[in-house]
Design a protein around this ligand. Structure first.
Ligand SMILES: Nc1nc2c(ncn2[C@@H]2O[C@H](COP(=O)(O)OP(=O)(O)OP(=O)(O)O)[C@@H](O)[C@H]2O)c(=O)[nH]1
Ligand SMILES: [Mg+2]
Length: 167
């Protein structure tokens, strides 16, 4: 995913968190990838068009509470500018079962295609979240196992999951 040989671009719509843009700019510089900062659906559309020659465009959005309906809707609207956008909902594996259920329920209005479980190194109860994925019939895309980028970002596979569940 974070390979220089891939023709890629990065877009961030996170202008909310302090220094989020600067952090991604640093990663983009290291990878030699262009970064676009967008503040509206129109700008996102333009940035996607600008990089339409790329094989991969990674789009980051601001973290939102599942209970903030206005922000969740704003996020959904932003992501409808292009039907080809594959949406990955990022969920910490340390999230309590009830909260995780609520997050999946409330973000389902954005129709996420996949889930990314982060912080799998910070919990020993992965099974609960896997049950939830089974119930919701949604697949995992990546798992993260620590803070190293990109070493701790791992494509989800049955083998890796089984290894984690049995540790
Ligand atoms: N231990 C551990 N830390 C992680 C993992 N993934 C992310 N982190 C840490 O969690 C913190 C937050 O990571 P971010 O990537 O900024 O999280 P985010 O979801 O983009 O946050 P918002 O954009 O504010 O919603 C950072 O300090 C990361 O290093 C992981 O798998 N394990
Ligand atoms: Mg973020």
């Amino acid at each position: 995913m974070l390979d220089n040989a891939v023709s890629a671009a990065v877009i961030t719509a996170d202008t909310y968190r302090i220094a989020a843009k600067e952090q991604l700019q640093t990663y983009a510089n290291i990878m030699g990838l262009p970064l676009e900062v967008v503040i509206s659906s129109e700008a996102l559309q333009q940035a996607i068009k600008k990089h339409s020659d790329k094989k991969l465009i990674l789009i980051d959005t601001a973290g939102r509470s599942q209970f903030n309906e206005f922000q969740v809707k704003e996020l959904c609207d932003l992501l409808t500018v292009d039907f080809e956008i594959e949406k990955h909902l990022v969920l910490s594996a340390t999230t309590k079962n009830r909260d995780a259920e609520e997050i999946l329920k409330r973000f389902s209005v954005c129709a996420p295609d996949r889930i990314i479980f982060t912080k799998t190194d910070e919990t020993s109860s992965l099974g609960i979240l896997l049950n939830l994925l089974y119930k919701r019939k949604i697949a995992l895309s990546y798992l993260t196992t620590g803070q190293r980028v990109p070493d701790d970002i791992i494509p989800a596979s049955f083998g890796k999951l089984a290894e984690m569940l049995l540790r």
